[in-house]
Design a protein around this ligand. Sequence first.
Ligand SMILES: [Zn+2]
Length: 113
Amino acid sequence: MGSTQIIRDIASYGEQDEPMHRWSMVVDGETVSELWVAIETGEIMQVETADGHGRQGYASALYRQAATEITIYHAPTGHRTPEGDAFALAVGGDALPCTYGCCSSEPDFDDED
Ligand SMILES: [Zn+2]
């Protein structure tokens, strides 16, 4: 029988990074998925699932657990990776608007290429 647990702590993604909230899915002692959330804004900064553990719903479960504990938001649409965008669409929930001025408020379909 396997054991599955969600662990919440605060950690730095990289040595140079500010500490963030982290929810980890641990199955039989192995961390299989992590959800990283900025402390100040509640913005989801990283969602990762270990190779071979995808498509099990782990990341979605972490999202649902985190959302019961604090208010979390998806990154602004224009800031997401394709994977992040697919994740946001899959789990639903609110997203932050872009407050950095790098995304126009109106969708811009003109491709300058
Ligand atoms: Zn932006």
